[in-house]
Design a protein. Structure first.
Length: 253
């Protein structure tokens, strides 16, 4: 079984509120449709979630008056997910959203719906969304979902589609000399790599490696090269970053 995370920066324009990028979404989904393995897919919210959440000051303690912004963000995320599900249906999938609010409850996590619908032939889909939990407005990311799913399902492979082709020593969007890191061990210091990426990339890396024994391999792929996953499945991919570390992976095989 394979877990897939599609970054919000891939399927939305993160600089334009509620702007869906259908072409990269369809390109990825069409490629995934060619795989024979069972899939669970998660995707980020991008500009359908982050912009309004930031304006609203989320995450924070829930107060009366926050419900309107909370509902608006959830509406936007639901709209994005509907478009993703629409693409999946058109490409031959039978997708089914597992709502974030049905998974997370005060000090409780329930991923059983993913298993139930997966065994019935559906492709379960999770999406980053807002959540009321223990009196807090929380932001549950697609990476949060992926971490929990990895712990439960112990997948053979986890694939991350991002807007860059792996993890680099510098931000490749601003540094022309940025080099792709082929193998990354758990002790990497992102402060030493580049202070500009200690936020998003450091956080995502730590989430993706928090339980490295939960999955055998983790791979990031730039969305414009989705067909490389087929090559990787044959063990011949050389153009991405190994999130776990080759020695760790080999030791598990």
């Amino acid at each position: 079984m394979i877990l897939v995370k599609i970054g919000g920066s891939v399927i939305t324009d993160k600089n334009a509120y509620r702007t869906f990028r259908e072409d990269p979404c369809r390109k990825i989904i069409r490629t995934l449709a060619g795989l024979k393995e069972q899939l669970i897919i998660t995707h980020g919210a991008g500009s359908f979630g982050h912009m309004l959440a930031k304006e609203s000051g989320f995450p924070k303690k829930f107060n009366q008056g926050d419900e309107h912004d909370f509902s608006a963000i959830h509406r936007d995320v639901t709209e994005l997910n509907s478009m993703v599900l629409g693409v999946m249906l058109e490409e031959g999938f039978s997708p089914l959203l597992i709502p974030t609010q049905s998974i997370f409850s005060d000090q409780s996590r329930d991923y059983s719906s993913f298993q139930r619908y997966l065994t019935m032939g559906f492709t379960p889909v999770g999406v980053g969304d807002v959540l009321l939990d223990e009196g807090m407005v929380k932001i549950i990311s697609a990476d949060d979902l992926l971490l929990g799913l990895s712990s439960v399902f112990k997948p053979e492979l986890v694939i991350f589609f991002t807007d860059v082709d792996g993890i680099f020593d510098k931000d490749p969007k601003t540094s022309s000399g940025a080099k792709l890191l082929k193998t990354i061990d758990r002790n990497i210091s992102f402060h030493e790599v580049n202070n500009d990426v200690t936020g998003g990339m450091k956080s995502k890396y730590e989430e993706n490696t928090e339980d490295k024994k939960a999955f055998r391999e983790g791979r990031r792929h730039e969305w414009q090269q989705p067909r490389t996953i087929a090559k990787h499945w044959q063990g011949r991919l050389h153009r991405d970053s190994d999130l776990i570390g080759r020695k760790d992976r080999d030791a598990q095989n």
